[in-house]
Every structure is written in structure tokens, then in C-alpha cells.
Design a protein around this ligand. Structure first.
Ligand code: AMP
Length: 192
């Protein structure tokens, strides 16, 4: 079983690269952002609560996203593996993921961290905002806040996975294909 944490700041290209991994390695893509946007679209109570935080670029509470991941893992017991995209985003979430995966007997295989310069992140997010309609991608101050939240709460996960010897840095600048090839090389190593 291959369990990949696809990591990086907002706009690093996690979703794009996750699609490629799904096609090539038949893994299940779990994006907490996508699941939350699904809840918002369905106008559930959870979605309505999450929306106020997401619109500001703040994180939703750990227990909410951990619960969502737990139910997805339980629903996919026969999976070949998972790509976690946008999760974990805090040390508490990473610890919870380790616990949940114990149930599968297959821990996180590796954390692949896409490294992209800040100005490039902002440019990519503003471009995405024009086509996706995502309100959190259309406002420069919300984007700035998301990058700050990443630096403060999410970047510490790099050390968390380094300590487990599972951290892999991926150069995230370049074409989608170039980045995909760099990821593929690491995934091939993790599978061997
Ligand atoms: P994303 O699509 O991954 O950029 O996530 C969009 C927004 O959803 C984030 O800015 C957060 O408000 C929320 N979100 C997504 N994943 C998480 C997570 N693992 N923990 C907390 N909040 C999250």
C-alpha cells in the first residue's frame, strides 16, 4: 500500500499533481478542501460552518477534517493506497493520520513537498481564481492570509516527517509535466 502526503503551500500544484498520481498509480485522492467544498455545495450544517472560516483563509477545526478523513478511509478499506492532498495541515492532524493508518497496517510512505516561490504561488492562485470561481483565490489579502497560516501551522509538518525520515522535497517550479516526472521518480523509489 502506498500512502502519499502531497504537501505544499496553497497554489503549489497539489491538486494537479494528485490527478496525475491517481491515473498512474490507481490511488484514491483525498482532498479535504474538495470534500469541504462538496459540503458547502450540499449546504450541510458542516459546510455552512466551514465556509465562514474558508472564506477568510483560516483552517477549519482539526476534529472536523480528521473525522472526514476517517470516514473516507473506512469506506475504502481495499484501496491500493491514498494521496492525501491538503491534509494533514497541522501537527495534530498528522498525529491523527498516523493513528488512523495503524488500522490499515500501512503508515505514510512519504511526504512529497512541492517547493514554489511565494510570488509564483500568488500569481497561480489569482489565475485559478479567475477560472474556478473560488472566492478564496480571488482576493490578494485572503491569499496572503492562507500563505501565513501555512507558514505558521502547516510548515512545522516538514520537521514532523523529517523526523520519521519520510520527507522528500520536490522542485515545484517548471511545467506540470516536469514536476510530474520529479514526483514519479520519488514514488518509484517509495515503491521499490
Ligand atoms: P484547499 O482546497 O486545500 O486549498 O483548502 C481550502 C480551504 O479549506 C483551506 O483554506 C481551509 O480553510 C480548508 N481546509 C482544507 N483542508 C483543511 C485541513 N486539512 N485542515 C483545516 N482546514 C482545511
Amino acid at each position: 500500500m502506498l500512502n502519499i502526503v502531497l504537501f505544499g503551500p496553497p497554489g503549489a500544484g497539489k491538486g494537479t499533481q494528485a490527478d496525475f498520481l491517481v491515473d498512474n498509480f490507481q490511488l484514491i485522492h483525498l482532498s479535504t478542501g474538495d470534500i469541504l467544498r462538496g459540503e458547502i455545495a450540499a449546504e450541510t450544517e458542516l459546510g455552512l460552518k466551514a465556509k465562514t472560516l474558508m472564506d477568510k483563509g483560516e483552517l477549519v477545526p482539526d476534529e472536523v477534517v480528521i473525522g472526514m478523513i476517517e470516514s473516507k478511509l473506512k469506506a475504502n478499506k481495499d484501496a491500493k493506497g491514498f494521496i492525501f492532498d491538503g491534509f494533514p495541515r497541522t501537527v495534530a492532524q498528522a498525529k491523527a493520520l498516523d493513528e488512523l493508518l495503524k488500522g490499515f497496517g500501512h503508515p505514510v510512505s512519504g511526504m512529497l513537498a512541492l517547493e514554489v516561490e511565494k510570488q509564483e504561488l500568488i500569481n497561480r492562485l489569482l489565475e485559478r481564481g479567475k477560472v474556478s470561481g473560488r472566492s478564496d483565490d480571488q482576493d490578494a489579502s485572503i491569499i496572503e492570509n492562507r500563505i501565513n497560516v501555512y507558514n505558521e501551522k502547516t510548515a512545522p509538518l516538514i520537521d514532523f516527517y523529517k523526523k520519521q525520515d519520510k520527507f522528500y522535497s520536490i522542485e515545484g517550479m517548471g511545467t506540470i509535466e516536469e514536476i510530474a516526472r520529479r514526483i514519479e521518480a520519488v514514488v518509484a523509489k517509495l515503491m521499490s
